[in-house]
Design a protein around this ligand. Structure first.
Ligand code: TXA
Ligand code: MG
Length: 344
């Protein structure tokens, strides 16, 4: 495995990108930064290449992958029946953290990418390294998040290295990713556009361009089968159990104290505003409440830090489900397996 030195000053003919693009064309798997999280890329047209993604991640084979393109022109080589509203969204949000689910066209893509579905998720990332790499590889690139299946997605190259060292051909280090949570997955194969996974582009932003957008019922009601296969698995989970706490800081502190008295090593996910008001074995600030984008940007790194601290249990503050808060709470609830303590 090679790890490319941090690329900070990108020129379009960066030699490491050429090397990575070459590996992709040889049907090898390479991790690269996107504006959301690091992706594990492979040639989406090759069964051999795509199989390597599932193997490296230990990903269940019924969970389809997102196909990444570097130009809107490539879109109608792989999907069909694109509704007008989808074009409006593309104009507004591509390149960027929005994945569109559309009916698959032809048989160019490996059937392993779509896990046998008739639809495919496509996105055009905005990270300059991702764009150069896809352009140079000159094939559509299937790329899930570059973490071991079930773990928090990687937002630093070191996270990828930790999870996948020895299992993949290379990592391009582009520093911290930025948005921090994955792309919004929007089903455009039905009449009403439906968010299957909240992410970097918010519901409010989508609605400002195309009017009403709905949330998949499974995101709202517990126990319903999600339309996005990936949403049914345990996810984003650090080693210790996570419990969300919804209440005042005094209430959170009481819960911490109770567990520490029982002899547990307690971790707390809080924010810069509150960090000085809480005492536990390990208290970590995850961004600022006043700017939820900073919380999203640090979320996965903070969840991974609790693994290093070997805490027994992690209590997390709750966040308002507005804007990117929807994605933050979706990931925290998954990490917590829906365990929430409400203040009584
Ligand atoms: O930000 C992102 O989207 C990152 C970066 C690397 O681009 N990628 C990512 O991929 O998060 P992954 O594989 O970790 O998540 C893809 C999600 C899964 O929940 C999957 O089930 C869903 O998209 N998905 C993919 N194709 C689908 C389809 N045809 N229908 C419904 N859901 C689909
Ligand atoms: Mg993932």
């Amino acid at each position: 495995l090679w790890v490319v030195d941090k690329i900070t000053n990108l020129s379009t003919t960066y030699p490491h990108i050429t090397q990575a693009a070459h590996l992709l064309r040889e049907n090898e798997v390479v991790a690269f930064p996107t504006e959301t999280v690091y992706g594990l890329g492979a040639n989406a047209c090759s069964d051999e290449a795509v199989r390597k993604i599932y193997q490296a991640k230990g990903r269940p084979s019924d969970n389809p992958l997102i196909v990444h393109i570097a130009s809107v022109n490539k879109l109608d080589e792989i999907v069909k029946d694109i509704p007008d509203y989808a074009y409006k969204l593309i104009n507004e949000f591509w390149p960027g953290p929005l994945t569109l689910i559309l009916p698959k066209k032809g048989d160019r893509l490996s059937t392993l990418v779509t896990a046998g579905l008739e639809t495919v998720g496509v996105r055009m990332p905005s990270h300059p390294i991702a764009l150069s790499l896809i352009r140079e590889a000159d094939v559509p690139i299937a790329a899930p998040s570059a973490n071991q299946s079930g773990k928090p997605s990687p937002t630093h190259a070191s996270h990828v290295y930790h999870d996948l060292n020895g299992k993949i051909s290379g990592i391009i280090d582009g520093g911290a990713t930025g948005v921090g949570v994955e792309s919004t997955v929007l089903d455009c194969s039905s009449t009403v556009p439906t968010i299957l996974r909240p992410g970097g582009v918010t519901k409010e932003q989508l609605e400002s361009v195309i009017g009403e957008v709905q949330l998949d019922q499974a995101l709202i009601e517990e126990g319903l089968a999600p339309k996005s296969p990936g949403m049914k698995y345990t996810h984003y989970a650090p080693n210790a159990p996570v419990v969300l706490v919804n209440g005042r800081l005094e209430f959170l502190q009481k819960i911490i104290n109770k567990h520490q008295k029982e002899g547990k090593k307690v971790g707390v996910l809080t924010t810069e505003e509150n960090i000085n008001q809480l005492q536990a074995n390990k208290v970590i600030a995850c961004g600022r409440r006043a700017n939820l984008q900073t919380v999203a940007a640090e979320l996965y790194d903070v969840l991974r830090k609790f693994d290093d601290e070997e805490v027994d249990i992690i209590f997390s503050e709750s966040f308002p489900q507005i804007g990117v808060g929807e994605a933050i709470m979706n990931r925290l609830l998954k990490a917590a397996g829906n365990q929430v303590i409400e203040e009584y």
